[in-house]
Design a protein around this ligand. Structure first.
Ligand SMILES: *[C@@H]1O[C@H](CO)[C@@H](O)[C@H](O)[C@H]1NC(C)=O
Ligand SMILES: *[C@@H]1O[C@H](CO)[C@@H](O)[C@H](O)[C@H]1NC(C)=O
Ligand SMILES: *[C@@H]1O[C@H](CO)[C@@H](O)[C@H](O)[C@H]1NC(C)=O
Ligand SMILES: *[C@@H]1O[C@H](CO)[C@@H](O)[C@H](O)[C@H]1NC(C)=O
Length: 319
């Protein structure tokens, strides 16, 4: 009976040693990449620190005086929200025309992403861009520009029920007058042309020779009633190329997701990394393949467990 009791105690010591010891050492030094900017949570695949997050989103977000900024080739935007469940962000450009004001003079950013980043970031298909006061010689109205598309009409169309016909009902147009923009072209181009990002791929006011732009989206599942109820801003969707299995496996083993250091803006050579306390792994914190890895079930810990166990067993037999 006493033998059995000793055996139970010894076995318990063994299990506790193997389980607790390595977990302690692993959780003590794991760096954290998750952070906040104002009241916005910045989490994978985004990050504010270099080396954290997914490499496709590096050098993208910056926190300046508690304001989260999003920086791409067309300019900087304020981030109003990051929706991790729907994989989207909402951006604000102060020179974006809304229902209450129209900004001309090509001051707006528009929206265009560096080619290397375009697989990761795009404007949402439900987002409408309304280009204002475009020149008659704008590439928008050149048939050749749209040669790849099925119809050879103007690319202007309603997107998710939002279009220029509705936008003209906004008070901003009372101030500016519809005739003020576009009228000099006579029967030329419309003063507003609504497009989807998909149709144009880059909203560059200089290249398209437009004076301004508006951008709107609606999150309501049903069509909302008129342009007063649209949300003005740029709705962006993001996607983690190759999936987020790498990061999920890393986090499941107590690691933090990041990437190896890079000094250029090319994708080659940038590797995802799992940061495991004092070491980095190219898979996860339990992998045996990498020499720098250390996991809760490493051979050394099991050996340590056995030794404690054997010691306890020998001690109990002496008595
Ligand atoms: C953050 O705070 C602003 C006001 O300070 C509020 O309008 C906004 O909804 C908040 N955003 C989140 C994600 O809580
Ligand atoms: C916009 O187009 C102009 C003229 O084609 C070009 O010089 C400029 O670099 C473009 N901007 C961006 C952000 O691509
Ligand atoms: C866009 O919607 C408005 C209102 O429903 C309609 O009058 C207009 O013809 C539509 N335009 C296009 C291009 O479908
Ligand atoms: C792990 O990688 C991160 C990001 O590149 C780096 O900052 C850190 O120094 C690396 N740690 C080790 C132990 O190599």
């Amino acid at each position: 009976m006493a033998e059995l009791k000793k055996m139970v105690v010894t076995t318990t010591i063994f299990i506790v040693t193997v389980l607790i010891m390595p977990l302690n050492s692993a959780t003590l030094h794991v760096p954290t990449c998750r952070s906040y900017c104002g009241n916005i949570t910045v989490d994978y695949p985004f990050a504010l620190q270099h080396g954290c997050g997914h490499p496709g989103f590096r050098d993208l977000l910056f926190c300046i005086n508690d304001v989260l900024m999003f920086h791409i080739s067309s300019g900087s935007y304020r981030v109003l929200d990051i929706d991790y469940a729907y994989r989207s962000l909402t951006l604000h450009d102060p020179h974006l025309s809304t229902c209450n004001s129209i900004v001309l003079g090509r001051r707006g950013n528009g929206f265009s992403v560096e080619p290397w980043r375009s697989p990761y970031i795009s404007a949402s298909p439900n987002n409408v861009f309304m280009l204002l006061g475009c020149s008659a010689v704008s590439p928008l109205f050149q048939l050749l520009f749209f040669q790849g598309f099925a119809d050879r009409h103007l690319p202007c169309r309603n997107v998710s029920g939002m279009g220029c016909e509705e936008y003209y009902d906004c008070p901003a147009w009372d101030w500016i007058g519809r005739s003020k923009i576009g009228s000099k072209f006579g029967s030329g181009p419309p003063e507003c042309c609504a497009v989807s990002f998909e149709a144009i791929k880059t909203i560059n006011l200089t290249k398209l020779q437009c004076e301004g732009y508006s951008s709107a989206y609606t999150l309501a599942p049903l069509r909302v009633d008129g342009p007063h109820e649209w949300s003005y801003g740029i709705r962006v969707t993001y996607s983690v190329q190759g999936g987020d299995e790498f990061c999920r496996a890393c986090e499941a083993t107590g690691g933090t997701c990041g990437y190896s250091d890079v000094d250029d803006h090319k994708d080659d050579g940038v590797k995802q990394l799992c940061m495991c306390g004092g070491s980095n792994s190219t898979s996860n914190c339990e992998s045996g393949g990498s020499p720098s890895s250390r996991g809760p079930w490493s051979a050394l810990n099991i050996l340590a467990g056995f030794m404690v166990c054997a010691l306890a067993w020998m001690t109990s037999h002496k008595n």
